[in-house]
Unconditional design. Structure first.
Length: 367
């Protein structure tokens, strides 16, 4: 009953950012965790989408039609994601920039493909989103966990071969997928995983896991999961006097990680795509965000780029008909804040892969 209530509340709590300039509006949406422990990422997506809509509408909209943005909250819950997706169908949405969590994007993609709604995820990295997509309407502008895992696995092998390496995950589609991809890459190179464990997301006390890591003299811990749990784990390791290096993926690209860890997060490593804030093509947009008091970290610019693709594809198609826009997406190239991109036949994006970042003194910088 509580889950049903939360889903209904999420649906009725959808917020609307509308810009009519006479004429009809094209309804689009961004969907992510606007509530719950991963809400900082939902805020990134919302900020990116809202700025993109404002900029597109200020330049005449899409083929003369204004965009109307609907913001949906899936709380990174698969059932809630499907409920939100079905609600968007009822509202006549043409395009969705979402979802954030792979565990939400994958089931929601079935709804979008059945209804012919174009989906571009700014952040879902599990390979299954595109490898097993239910139809041609699913895409992403971020990389994949098998790419991310290759980079992380190589780093572990180069720096911790012959030492004690632990790999843990939070049992989610994203976390387990990333941990498994990293372990596969590490072991394919000849590395040996000392400990492989699962933990439960949302808990506050990871002392049992930390004690097991300490007992096994773990030198490097790879975490397949989100910043909330990763932050608590590293803090609790430091509380036990451990110097174990924490390494993780793109779900640590939020200032909230350091808010959780404080100085315990110093030296944490993570993989993420080359920082789009440093892309010359993004300079004016980055300036625009900062003028509005928004730091375009993490997936802000990825969400902005997803809407740029939709607008440019519709312009190239000369139509807002979804089939025609989809056709333009398949064969077109798009100039975005991430750089010039296109999609392969599976809906994956042609952009550079992953690099390492290090957290230090409250900020992360590319190595």
């Amino acid at each position: 009953m509580n889950k049903l209530i939360s889903i209904l509340v999420a649906l009725f709590a959808m917020t609307f950012s509308t810009a009519f300039a006479g004429g009809h509006a094209v309804k689009i949406a961004t969907v992510g965790p606007m509530s719950g422990q991963y809400a900082s990422f939902g805020e990134q997506m919302k900020a990116g989408a809202e700025m993109a809509v404002a900029d597109i509408n200020a330049n005449g909209g899409v083929n003369g039609a204004m965009l109307e943005l609907i913001v949906g909250d899936d709380a990174c819950d698969p059932k809630q994601a499907v409920a939100v997706a079905n609600d968007l169908v009822g509202q006549g949405v043409s395009f969705v920039a979402g979802h954030f969590c792979s565990g939400s994007s994958i089931p929601a993609s079935s709804v979008y493909n059945e209804e012919g709604i174009i989906q571009i995820s700014p952040a879902s990295t599990n390979p299954a989103l595109t490898d097993e997509r239910p139809g041609p309407y699913t895409h992403r502008v971020c990389g994949r966990d098998d790419q991310q895992g290759q980079v992380a696995g190589q780093y572990l092998f180069d720096n911790y071969s012959g030492k004690n390496v632990a790999i843990v995950h939070d049992k989610t589609a994203y976390g387990k997928g990333l941990a498994d991809a990293t372990m596969a890459a590490f072991e394919a190179l000849g590395g040996n995983t000392t400990l492989y464990e699962a933990y439960t997301a949302g808990e506050k006390d990871y002392s049992a896991l930390v004690s097991k890591l300490k007992q096994n003299n773990i030198d490097a811990l790879y975490v397949g999961g989100y910043h909330t749990e990763g932050g608590l784990i590293v803090r609790q390791m430091r509380d036990q006097g451990m110097k174990t290096k924490l390494i993780s993926g793109d779900a640590l690209v939020t200032a909230e990680y350091w808010q959780i860890t404080g100085d315990a997060g110093e030296g944490t490593l993570m993989t993420f795509s080359p920082d789009p804030r440093n892309n010359p093509a993004a300079a004016s947009v980055v300036k625009e965000f900062k003028a509005a008091g928004i730091e375009p970290e993490g997936y802000v610019l990825y969400s902005y780029a997803a809407l740029q693709v939709f607008e440019q594809a519709a312009t190239q198609a000369g139509s807002i008909d979804r089939k025609k826009v989809l056709k333009a997406m398949k064969k077109g190239k798009f100039n975005t804040v991430l750089g010039t991109l296109s999609f392969d036949k599976k809906g994956d994006v042609s952009l550079p892969g992953y690099v390492f970042y290090e957290w230090s003194k409250g900020n992360y910088k590319q190595l």
